[in-house]
Write a protein of this length. Sequence first.
Length: 394
Amino acid sequence: MEVPASLEGLHALFESYEPGSSQNLKRFLEEAAYKYEVGMKEFVHKPGHSILEFADLRVLRSLFRLQMFNSMAGYLRRLFKNEHLLQLLEFPVLFLGATPEKTPALYSLMNYADIRLGTWYPMGGMFKIVEAMVSLAKELGVTFRFHQEVTRVDVVDGQAKRVHTADAVYESDALLVGADYHHFEQEVLAPAFRQYNKAYWDKRVMAPSSLLFYLGVNKRVPKLRHHNLFFDEDFHQHAVEIYEQPQWPSKPLFYVSAPSVTDSSVAPEGMENLFLLIPLAPGLEDTDALREKYYHIIMERLEQYTGENIRDYVVYKRSYAQNDFIRDYHAFKGNAYGLANTLLQTAFLKPKMRSKKVRNLFYAGQLTTPGPGVPPSLISGQVAANELARAILS
């Protein structure tokens, strides 16, 4: 299936698979637009300290139009019948932390963002965003201390006063933690200052982890687009093997990004830069043998689709999975995205952005509000910074 970027082209695609479905697509996107606008204006930028933040009649009324209590699977099947179209629209929620049958239909807002707002790529790669943020921060007077992992925090009279790293001690007026929430609270803070216990964290539902392969290929692969989704196996089965019966997938779906199709700066001339991703259940066994097994499973299908011998032309290969997420980021259970966006882990039901036991300690990122993903984590930092500033100035 070739998915066009234009809305007109998408309408034509839907009609080709299911006559009459373009009208339902229009309705779907209109409802998703409402969810996106309300979500961004009324929910995403709230710190989630209390349910009282949502005790507004206008917001409460919107809950029903937001379809918080309807499943994504049921909602889509009232509009569409074709299995290919259903998989196309359900795929984004695979990363939220539940099967489409258990994911609120609210999250059709992700489809709206993809389809109507577009999929954007920073030339030079995603790290260009990081470089731009660092450059701006330095212009504004921020000092970065790299390779300084925090190992201990001294709390005095209910406030974080000193931050210890392996080779330095820093005085602190306030602390905003962007590291893995679970790691910082359970491993860095002393037990007396933790808000949550081990049982609480063990009950959290996590979004997926991933097995990733970074490949440099010494040839071009003409049939690939920048974004390639492989739905050639059972979508439902893979979702069940992530969320309900956690195991390595029997027949994995996977995603292939080929940024060199769009951006000539990311690969030498005549070569390809590929990035392959399999969503996995967090907390699984992770071995080199398993990684290699799944490398060949998905490469076989990729080669079959493209009609190209790719493996013999791989000149660079690196895998990255749960053990790496834990080693590099202390990621809880090796997760790649954060806390699942289930109804019982939404907004004020997530781990709190502000510590109740350390007055000047705040958290941001994928395990607190508003949730997982790059944009929500950036928004989380903005909201937490505003809350910190308000607390200091009050």
